[in-house]
Design a binder for this molecule. Structure first.
Ligand SMILES: NC(=O)c1ccc[n+]([C@@H]2O[C@H](COP(=O)([O-])OP(=O)(O)OC[C@H]3O[C@@H](n4cnc5c(N)ncnc54)[C@H](O)[C@@H]3O)[C@@H](O)[C@H]2O)c1
Length: 323
């Protein structure tokens, strides 16, 4: 029989809610905790909605009500004492994360794995002062975690890689296509590459080469067309490698390599732009268009999930997966 773990989710914000929705079907029990208890009823409501949506989309077979009976939202962190896997997903603040991890060590068993959903903090910094740092890993999810197939598993300097098989098995149960970082590096894989792309996108706009709209259209229809299918290395295989070398020689010296955030980004943030949240971003949004964009994004995310399933490398049983 398959092992079902008792899992704790600490932090019930945006990601804590979608992570809880993702792991409930394959866990024996989930205990969630947020230090802001006023968050609890909002979180429970959003988790219920996520489960209903997953059922409607055919991602889960179980009835959302029976899944919810496996969830406890606790008012005290001590309730997670007997959990096997702890997923920390509190705000992205290094001091707060370190303080929480030290607190967790005094609560859970020494055999429990402690995973952080940090977006970019090196795991080695998080585990540095811990008594049992070998059971600490990065477990990086993408929002909305109950739909996306992304997962990066990150080893810090002191993580014990023999635990990787447990985390890889869990990732597969959660229907992720996991990647492993054997060595810790700030930003991990996806964020390092995405931020390099963002830097170049700002460079083109700030220097008058193209508008936001043009940059968005180009990427959507070029990189956006193939990247969910192939990833950069497979894509170069598919389209012929030597041409990329020739372009690298000429283009790399001309790419932006600034170490500062773009001035345009500083300006728009100082003017109060939050994006779709308040309708002020690189584009402007009415109340109706905000809702429409959010709905479209959710249905697109479900469609991409289906496509990445349909075209997953496991289906072309030609080479075994390497992590
Ligand atoms: N939002 C995303 O798209 C995304 C994607 C990948 C990773 N992440 C990472 O996930 C983490 C959470 O992000 P989010 O968007 O859910 O943030 P959020 O602000 O929506 O939620 C954070 C929650 O943590 C709670 N919290 C803070 N300190 C706590 C503590 N000590 N104990 C218990 N609860 C505590 C807060 O009350 C809040 O409800 C961050 O590290 C973020 O970088 C976010």
């Amino acid at each position: 029989m398959e092992t079902q773990y008792k899992i704790a989710v600490v932090g019930l914000g945006l990601m804590g809610q979608s992570i809880t929705s993702c792991i409930l079907p394959s866990s024996s029990e989930v205990i969630a905790f947020d230090k802001n208890t006023t968050q609890n009823s909002i979180a429970l409501n959003n988790i219920k909605n996520n489960l209903r949506e997953q059922k409607n989309e055919g991602i889960i077979d179980e009835d959302p009500h029976s899944l919810l009976s496996k969830l406890t939202i606790s008012h005290t962190i001590e309730k997670i004492r007997k959990c096997d896997i702890i997923i920390e997903t509190i705000s992205e603040n290094i001091d707060q994360k370190i303080a929480l991890l030290l607190q967790l060590e005094n609560i859970v068993d020494s055999g429990a794995l402690i995973c952080s959903n940090t977006s970019a903090i090196p795991v080695s910094l998080l585990q540095k002062d811990m008594q049992f740092p070998e059971r600490v890993f990065g477990l990086h999810w993408a929002e909305p975690a109950h739909i996306t197939r992304f997962m990066e598993i990150i080893c810090g300097d002191k993580s014990d890689s023999t635990h990787l098989s447990t985390l890889l098995n869990l990732a597969k149960k959660w229907e992720k296509e996991p990647s492993v970082l054997h060595k810790d590096i700030r930003g991990f894989i996806a964020n390092r590459i995405m931020y390099a792309m963002l830097r170049e996108a700002f460079f083109l706009v700030e220097n008058g080469y193209a508008t936001f709209e043009s940059v968005d259209r180009s990427l959507r229809n070029d990189v956006g067309y193939w990247i969910s299918f192939a990833g950069p290395f497979r894509f170069m295989d598919l389209t012929g490698i030597p041409a990329y070398l020739a372009v690298m020689k000429d283009l790399f010296p001309e790419l932006n390599n600034s170490t500062k955030p773009p001035a345009l980004m500083e300006k728009i943030v100082s003017e109060g732009a939050l994006g779709i949240k308040n309708g002020k971003g690189f584009y402007t949004y009415s109340r109706e268009s905000r809702q429409k964009w959010e709905e479209l994004f959710t249905s697109f995310t479900y469609d991409i999930r289906k496509l990445t399933h349909k075209y997953s490398t496991e289906k072309i049983k030609q080479s075994s997966e390497k992590y």
